[in-house]
Design a protein around this ligand. Structure first.
Ligand code: C6P
Length: 422
């Protein structure tokens, strides 16, 4: 969007998030900068779930009774809302899962069972979350396939000039994150899909870190599967989405067996139900799905392009503020190539210690490997501290982060500067 057209009433937005009014340890007001791990929920989502349980709840797709019909209607309307959110061609292609992890596992189990052959290659990137590594390692083991990783450069970006060595006719599936949960790097989705198509590979996009922040159009992306989590986009925990192309979903065997996913069961066997139910065995997360619809509507009402621009400005400021603190190493590319995620270390200090000091100052960040150990191995550090932004964060939050880091520096690096350290 044109940055000058950006407008976001952050003060009004914050009034929708009661959790942000709290004082941490009874003292400082909360600065919540752990959004890449999980976002907070607005009243609109909390109240929707409350109303569902008070007035409309029953199991879905089962009873022919008043409540079950209401519940089913709300559940299926949510599927249509998610279809629109992703600009998917059909709501039959929207599968509700328990999250991104479950969505990727579904493909790694089901698609690989039908299509992955010994000697095939699965191509990932070095910046993947464990959820987009381990399921493929398990599949590769089951099917005697091989996994390869696209490398990253010292800025934490993929380098297309070396891709010819990785994409080959043996590449059967390419799976990558649209945005790194550690470095914030925005990956070149179009280029990756094109490279995969040239060798006839199937593509899965891990959209966990992009769906909450930017408009998504799965048709424009042109991939085969897209996975995302509700809890990172203002929705409830325990719900996520797998979008898949109908051509693939129809050919894939069901992942879990049980109620709802069948057309017919006899003592000899079963016939699977049609899409999307074939992949939704058992009682689904009904309240969570309905809550996800409220989250999607909230994001629509604010406007995802405004959210993207807001986070970009916060990230720009964060880079400036952290550089001013001094002795801070920021990982990942320059602001123009990244989303609202800033991972860093205070030179010579463990990220966990930094996080503890920040917590005392009321600031919630995440410290650790962020479920991306191979990436941290490449960065040469066991852990990083990570601040991640969302629509309710303010410039003041970023300044508070800077002040708290100055305090951490005084406490954890007393009398040391980078030069005296050398
Ligand atoms: N990353 C983080 O702090 P689930 O847990 O299934 O909702 O999402 C898994 C997942 C998959 N891909 C990416 C890119 C992710 O960032 C995550 C979740 C959180 O970075 C929790 S580990």
């Amino acid at each position: 969007m044109d940055a000058t057209a950006y407008c976001l009433d952050v003060a009004a937005i914050r009034r929708d998030f009661p959790i942000l009014e709290q004082r941490v340890h009874g003292r400082k007001t909360l600065v919540y900068l752990d959004n890449a791990a999980s976002a907070q929920r607005p009243r609109q989502v909390i109240e929707t779930i409350d109303q569902l349980y008070r007035r409309h709840y029953a199991n879905v797709h089962r009873g022919i009774h008043w409540l079950s019909e209401q519940s089913t209607e709300l559940y299926e309307t949510a599927r249509e809302a998610v279809r629109q959110f992703l600009n998917a061609p059909s709501s039959d292609e929207i599968i509700f899962t328990s999250g991104t992890t479950a969505a990727i596992n579904l493909v790694a189990r089901s698609w690989c069972e039908a299509f992955l052959k010994p000697g095939d290659e699965i191509l990932l990137t070095l910046m993947e979350h464990h959820s987009n590594i381990v399921p493929w390692q398990q599949a590769a083991q089951r099917h005697q396939a091989k996994i390869r990783f696209l490398p990253i450069d010292n800025q934490g970006m993929l380098d297309p000039s070396c891709w010819d060595q990785y994409f080959s006719p043996r590449t059967r599936l390419v799976s990558f994150t649209a945005v790194s949960n550690v470095l914030g790097t925005r990956n070149p989705v179009g280029q990756l899909v094109e490279a995969a198509r040239r060798v006839g590979a199937v593509v899965l996009i891990d959209a966990a870190q992009v769906a909450p922040h930017e408009p998504i159009d799965v048709q424009a992306w042109g991939a085969d599967f897209v996975a995302l989590s509700g809890h990172k986009m203002l929705g409830p925990t325990g719900v996520g989405v797998l979008w898949g192309r109908r051509e693939w979903l129809e050919k894939m065997p069901p992942f879990l067996g049980g109620g709802s996913m069948i057309r017919k069961v006899t003592l000899e066997g079963f016939e699977p139900a049609s899409l999307p139910y074939k992949f939704e065995a058992g009682t689904p997360p009904i309240a969570e799905v309905v809550g996800l619809k409220a989250a999607v509507e909230y994001l629509w009402q604010i406007g995802l392009a405004h959210i993207t621009e807001h986070e970009h400005r916060l990230t720009e400021l964060a880079h400036e503020v952290l550089s001013d603190v001094g002795d801070i190493i920021i990982y990942g590319p320059s602001v123009q190539h990244k989303a609202g995620i800033v991972s860093f270390n205070l030179d010579g200090v463990h990220a966990q210690d930094v996080s503890e000091v920040l917590d005392q100052e009321g600031i919630a960040i995440r410290a650790g490997h962020h479920c991306a150990m191979p990436l941290h191995e490449r960065l040469g550090v066991p852990a990083t501290a990570r601040a991640s932004f969302y629509l309710y964060n303010t410039y003041d939050d970023v300044y508070r982060l800077g002040e708290a880091l100055r305090t951490a520096k005084k406490l954890l690096r007393p009398g040391r500067t980078r030069s005296s350290n050398a």
